[in-house]
Design a protein. Sequence first.
Length: 117
Amino acid sequence: MQDRKREKPGKKKRARAKREGPEQITPTEWDIRKEKEKARHLRRSAWWMRKVGEGVCYYCRQDVGSKNLTMDHVIPLSRGGKSIKGNLVACCKECNSKKKYQIPLEWEEYLKKIAEE
């Protein structure tokens, strides 16, 4: 008897996100690509234009102008974040570069350490 679960030619199976412990998910490359596409779509929305129009960085609260703001995922995609309005903020390029792949708790600790110096 033949196995009925044959893979169709030319069709690839999508890798599933891996669990690395309690409530910790490592997203696949496909998941990240999909979320980046959602972010690109939101970047063209009226909602994002209003956010950027304010010209104020979410993290340092400085008025840097709308041209100097970038889109940042508060919870980074590589850490399981999604491209949804509640996870996207407008921040200056400097803060975005320094934050990298940190989650809010790690970023706050970094800001406190800098303030003490």
